[in-house]
Write a protein that binds this ligand. Structure first.
Ligand code: MTE
Length: 309
């Protein structure tokens, strides 16, 4: 993973338009169950579940990153393993509905959640979170989702369950990056301790910027744990397994000397190949100091004895 300074940030308006037209059309159809008619627009605005109420507990010390930047500079190796600005152009064939998430392993009774279940069983809210990639770029995003603690509660883990293992989609015909980088241990997989997942900060995310989650940002469902480096936030989740043993993770398996299990943001612990003391904010790459636990220390310090980085 090498930091690449983005170029060509000026996105012409014509590039942005088709997505917003598409998203509006989806919201209208979802709200009305039928095609566009003028009165339906109002109904869509009122029932768009991604325009969720903002949780005022989570505030920022920086501006929200412009939407075009957060959705135009992505790490999603399944679609392009090296070019972050190509990802959004490579998601055209990716089908995100219907979708099923298997909840399995050491739970009272394994079950499956579909997209409808995610809407009905959980209450969506919006949260402004800082996001810090291990490559030292950062952003601030209004995510829409629900606390992962709610999912843990629904899953009813057995007492011997200590960890959650996340497995993500691997669709060879829809994800061109898989063929470009066959040496990686696909599908992408990650893990958290259950008490980390149940920490109030951990979110299951289905939307951003008041809209359905864009494909390039991990549609239809991803994890956001903002006190950890970006790679601990798996996208396109299809399976969550409860385990006793600490699960292996994609980046730890690929480069164990560089990427550990906890991966909590720590400016005092350099990556073997670069400093982590500062970060560059999308899109202008202004440099700011990196904060311990990405600024979320007071929320998470109870989880750790100070050595888990
Ligand atoms: N999830 C999957 N399935 N595949 C990936 O390549 N990349 C990770 C993480 N989740 C990745 C993933 C990394 S390295 C980062 S920094 C974030 O997603 C990037 O999220 P963003 O594109 O929404 O900024």
């Amino acid at each position: 993973m090498l930091i690449k300074i983005p170029r060509g940030w000026e996105m012409p308006e014509r590039d942005a338009t088709p997505e917003s037209v598409f998203l509006n059309r989806r919201a209208i159809l979802a709200a009305a169950g039928l095609g566009a008619a003028s009165g339906v627009l109002q109904a869509a605005a009122e029932t768009n579940p991604f325009a969720a109420p903002r949780n005022a507990k989570f505030t920022l010390d920086r501006d929200v990153t412009p939407e075009w930047a957060a959705t135009g500079f992505n790490n999603f190796y399944e679609f392009h393993p090296t070019d972050k600005q190509a990802v959004r152009h490579n998601v055209g064939k990716y089908v995100t509905s219907p979708w099923a998430i298997e909840i399995t392993g050491l739970v009272e009774k394994p079950f499956t959640l579909d997209l409808d279940d995610l809407q009905k069983k959980f209450t969506l809210e919006e949260r402004l979170y800082r996001f810090r990639c291990v490559e030292a770029w950062a952003m601030a995003v209004p995510w829409v989702g629900f606390p992962m603690a709610e999912l843990v509660k629904l899953a009813k883990p057995k007492p011997e369950a200590k960890f959650m293992r996340f497995v993500t989609a691997m669709k060879k015909d829809q994800m061109p990056g898989l063929g470009m980088a066959p040496w990686y241990p696909w599908p992408y997989f990650e893990g958290l301790r259950i008490d980390e997942a149940a920490n109030p900060l951990a979110l299951v995310v289905t939307g951003m910027y008041g809209k359905v989650l864009p494909k390039q940002n991990g549609a239809p469902v991803r994890v956001i744990v903002p006190w950890k480096y970006g790679y601990k936030n798996p996208k396109a989740i299809v399976k969550i397994e409860f385990t006793t043993a600490q699960p292996s993770t994609f980046w730890n398996k690929t480069i164990p000397a560089e990427y550990g299990f906890y991966s909590n943001v720590n400016p005092a612990k350099p990556h073997p190949r670069w400093s982590q003391a500062t970060e560059k904010l999308l899109p202008d790459m202004r440099v700011v100091a990196t904060q311990r636990y990405n600024g979320y220390e007071r929320f998470v310090e109870g989880l750790y004895d100070g050595k888990e980085f």
